[in-house]
Ligand binder design. Structure first.
Ligand code: HEC
Length: 156
């Protein structure tokens, strides 16, 4: 190995950020929520007729295992309505939120249900393990199929 190549390698390792600090940065749910807020707004109130609120409906969904699976898949796969949220029907399209691993999906859903939707009431945090189960079991579903999972759960 040449000296030049050695020097490059040692610079690279000196600059390398430890894997644990990358993971910590990646799982800040509030940070990830910024991308959701572009449509659902920072308050989660949504935009009437266009983007549904992430509030009482989401809070209720987070209370059952099937609802939690649906919420995970909504983020992973996106949604293609019709979809009824808090009594109003949306015929929109939410793009799959790409680039989020299981930890990141869990973190943003925990942030949404615990902070945005609940005004800081205690909510069972989402885990990467339950998101992975949803991701694996829902691998064959598209955005429209994920939207069809929702009304059966919430009875809305
Ligand atoms: C580009 C706009 C956009 C972005 C970004 C977006 N959404 Fe959505 N979201 C929508 C739309 C539109 C719907 C309704 C879909 C429909 O009409 O079928 C929706 C629906 C939802 C629902 C279903 C609510 C219910 O009660 O069934 C959840 C949950 C949700 N979004 C969570 C998120 C989260 C979490 C993020 C960020 C990781 C996010 N969304 C980012 C547009 C967006």
């Amino acid at each position: 190995m040449t000296m030049r190549r050695l020097a490059v390698l040692s610079i690279a390792s000196a600059l390398a950020v430890s894997p644990s600090s990358i993971a910590l940065a990646a799982v800040d749910g509030a940070q990830i929520y910024h991308r959701c807020a572009a449509c659902h707004l920072p308050t989660g109130k949504g935009v009437p007729g266009a983007f549904p609120p992430l509030q009482a409906g989401v809070r209720a969904l987070a209370g059952t295992p099937a609802g939690r699976r649906y919420l995970s898949l909504a983020v992973i796969k996106g949604l293609a309505g019709p979809l009824t949220v808090e009594g109003k029907t949306y015929r929109g399209m939410m793009p799959a939120q790409s680039g989020l691993n299981d930890e990141a999906v869990a973190a943003v859903l925990t942030h949404v249900t615990a902070t945005v939707a609940s005004g800081n009431k205690a909510v069972k945090p989402f885990t990467a393990a339950e998101v992975k189960l949803a991701r694996d079991s829902g691998a064959g579903l598209d955005a429209a199929a994920v939207a069809r999972l929702q009304p059966k759960l919430s009875g809305k």
